[in-house]
Ligand binder design. Structure first.
Ligand SMILES: Nc1ncnc2c1ncn2[C@@H]1O[C@H](COP(=O)(O)OP(=O)(O)OP(=O)(O)O)[C@@H](O)[C@H]1O
Ligand SMILES: [Mg+2]
Length: 354
């Protein structure tokens, strides 16, 4: 799928923007630039940009500071404007499918199809049943156009629009490969959203977004201690040097993590009940909130599935001239979506034109 030059991966998250640029050197992909810029609270709400100038400004600063000249980028989208469905259609040729896909989408997408950008991927052909399984993806054109105009304002050219949950799968596949037997879950717990992608026999079988993530925990600390959001963030992360973290913090964190773990467990249970599968062998967690040990422990206990982080850079080299590897590794769980996006190339077979 990946052909041509790698695009710069740009992940516009609720708490920060992350960028990664890869280049091929000696047959291996190398991180040549990366950066992260915080965004003010409320800049992004449910995947929708509320404060365009904050995003444009942060993007401009990141590209300038990191001296990234390349303007062609891949961005990820998520939230209510994106719908992902697994559907089954009769076996047909790619040309027939291109013709049919809008009709198929109309049956499965609860919005006016003319207002949506549609894309799909063939997951599996089942000739014995005369059927094939597709992953159907629809995103609101308005939303994509909003992103495109913000990016144009920042002098960037979006060449590929991807879905955050699939970028995590892409980088995981690049680093480890996807198990062809059994089922794993990829979980990205960021600031505003936790996204779950269950991968069965090497293909995505179920995705869900839960609007409960790191911000919920920070918000509970803020309310419980009547402090600022920034102070609550610092407490959540164990406090700064010399700072004493009040005793009330631990029970607030534990309780909020229980709530989030419960929601994740319900999604996993739903998947198991509807797919008829027996078990999910492991949950691989990423996103900034993956660093919160009480959260991974709570998910492990609730779901009774081992939870572990993963290294999104085992197969990536680093250009030591420009990249401080230790700094990048220290926050690599937060960089997973940007890394996944940076694997996308400018001459891929099918792209959304944004
Ligand atoms: N060391 C840490 N311990 C606990 N929480 C952390 C740590 N580092 C980051 N976080 C939390 O991770 C979240 C940010 O993660 P991330 O950058 O993956 O989110 P985002 O991409 O900006 O948001 P979203 O994906 O929801 O749009 C914040 O809630 C932050 O408080
Ligand atoms: Mg994110």
């Amino acid at each position: 799928m990946a052909e041509g030059k790698n695009l710069v991966g740009v992940d516009i998250g609720a708490s920060s923007i992350k960028v990664v640029q890869l280049k091929e050197a000696r047959k291996k992909l190398q991180v040549v630039r990366w950066g992260i810029a915080p965004l003010p609270p409320q800049t992004i709400i449910d995947g929708h940009v509320m404060n365009a100038s904050a995003v444009t400004e942060a993007l401009g600063r990141l590209f300038h500071e990191q001296k990234i000249q390349q303007k062609d980028i891949a961005i990820g989208v998520y939230g209510q404007s994106v719908i992902v469905r697994k559907i089954t259609v009769p076996i047909m040729t790619p040309a027939e499918l291109d013709e049919q896909i809008h009709w198929e989408a109309e049956q499965h997408i609860p919005f006016d199809i003319k207002l949506m950008s549609i894309d799909y991927e063939v997951l599996r052909k089942r000739p014995e049943a005369g059927q094939m399984d597709l992953l159907l993806v629809a995103a609101k054109k308005d939303e994509i156009n909003d992103y495109a105009s913000i990016l144009r304002e920042a002098k960037l050219k979006p060449a590929v629009v991807d879905i955050n949950a699939f970028t995590v799968q892409n980088i995981f596949e690049h680093e480890y490969g996807l198990p062809q037997d059994g089922t794993i879950a990829l979980l990205n717990v960021g600031a505003a959203i936790s996204s779950l992608n269950i991968v069965s026999k090497g293909v995505s079988a179920f995705t869900r977004e839960i609007t409960n993530a790191g911000n919920t925990i920070t918000e509970e600390i803020r309310k419980g201690l009547s402090c600022s959001f920034e102070q609550a963030e610092a407490y959540k992360m164990g406090g700064g040097p010399g700072q004493i973290v009040p005793q009330e913090i631990t029970p607030i964190i534990n309780q909020t993590c229980q709530g989030l773990a419960g929601e994740i467990q319900r999604s996993l249970d739903f998947y198991l009940a509807t797919s008829g599968e027996q078990e999910i062998s492991r949950i691989y967690i990423c996103g900034g909130s993956a660093y919160l040990a009480p959260l991974t422990q709570a998910i492990e206990r609730r779901a009774r599935v081992p939870v572990q982080g993963f290294d999104p850079m085992v197969n990536l080299a680093v250009d030591a001239k420009f990249v401080n590897e230790a700094q990048l590794r220290a926050i690599s769980a937060q960089m997973v979506v940007a890394l996944g996006l940076s694997l996308r190339c400018d001459k891929e077979r099918r792209q959304w034109s944004a």
